[in-house]
Design a protein around this ligand. Structure first.
Ligand code: C2E
Ligand code: MG
Ligand code: MG
Ligand code: MG
Length: 292
């Protein structure tokens, strides 16, 4: 079916999906306007200790509160933000806003609930010569202790030569930690771990999906479980923490725990939510899914 031009910079597809596919310059202007207008919001998804259901940190996830379109998920604008370079100021906003919020939660609810603040960092930001200074300033201005920040990077972002290596080394020397996001989906996960100063591996959701179905003995389920087991053994051998992403039911949580995973994230535990809802959760007025 033919594509029709939608409102503004958007294209409506025959299946009802809408994606920003126009010229980068155009969508770049729209994103710039949205950033200046304060339309981006940071939501937070808890990182949870599987054995207890306790919150030990959060991942900030950006959303676009569009005046006509409502809350737009990052998958629909992060690629364009990366393509146009607007990810640099947008990422700076998410970093500062989430550091400010995490420092406030730390002050109100104590250090245990905010051990890890894990904002996503794109490769474009790693190439920005001001990135290390931005991180330093965000921590200094908000008072968030350096060791609470765990920048989430993907394998492909990290495999980008000497400039990126230097940036990562400087962050590491500042006491900022690094997490490998979506682990297992990249091309050279294993060799990367030799040189990259990561402290956390996030097992990608694709290895969690169906992991509870091993009784059926399908080759796919067995393969997913084998990867999950190999990743936790590798992490243990290298002294890294692990987080299992995308846990959608109690059976997955139980299976991951029996494999040795102590930390998880997923809709079954808690969905991403606005800061105010997260504050209520941290205040203990809302219960998380009970640990098994
Ligand atoms: P990610 O860093 O791997 O974040 C996890 C994504 O999985 C989030 O999607 C989260 O809502 C979703 N998720 C968590 N638990 C479950 C679950 O149980 N089931 C399912 N189906 N999904 C779950 P979201 O918020 O749509 O973000 C998608 C991606 O966009 C992120 O993947 C990250 O790569 C990128 N992103 C989000 N915020 C930022 C940001 O501020 N900067 C950059 N550079 N990228 C961002
Ligand atoms: Mg992430
Ligand atoms: Mg992830
Ligand atoms: Mg993922």
């Amino acid at each position: 079916a033919a594509k029709q031009r939608g409102k503004g910079n958007w294209v409506r597809y025959h299946d009802g999906m809408e994606q920003p596919v126009l010229a980068h310059a155009q969508i770049g202007g729209e994103l710039r306007r949205a950033l200046d207008a304060g339309e981006f919001r940071v939501h937070y998804q808890p990182l949870v200790e599987l054995a207890t259901g306790r919150i030990i940190g959060v991942e900030p996830l950006v959303r676009w509160q569009h005046p006509d379109r409502g809350l737009v998920p990052p998958g629909e604008f992060i690629p364009a933000a990366e393509g146009t370079g607007l990810i640099v100021p947008l990422g700076r906003f998410v970093l500062r806003e989430s550091c400010r919020q995490a420092a406030a939660w730390l002050a109100e609810f104590g250090p245990d609930c905010m051990q890890k603040l894990g904002p996503n960092v794109s490769v474009r930001q790693l190439h920005d010569p001001d990135f290390v200074a931005d991180v330093r300033a965000a921590l200094a201005d908000t008072g968030l202790p350096h060791d609470r920040l765990v920048l989430e990077l993907t394998e492909s972002a990290v495999l980008r030569g000497p400039q990126v290596s230097r940036t990562l080394r400087e962050l590491h020397e500042m006491g900022v930690r690094l997490a490998l996001d979506d682990f297992g989906t990249g091309e050279s996960s294993l060799s990367l771990l030799r040189s990259f100063p990561a402290s956390i591996i996030k097992l990608d959701k694709s290895f969690v999906d169906g992991i509870e179905l091993d009784e059926m003995g399908t080759p796919e389920a067995e393969a997913r479980q084998a990867v999950a087991r190999a990743v936790i053994q590798l992490a243990g051998a290298l002294g890294l923490d692990t987080v299992a992403e995308g846990i959608e039911n109690q059976e997955q949580a139980d299976r991951l725990r029996s494999l040795g995973y102590t930390l998880g994230q997923g809709y079954h535990l808690a969905r991403p939510m606005p800061a105010e809802a997260m504050t209520r959760l941290l205040a203990g007025r809302v219960e998380l899914a009970a640990a098994a």
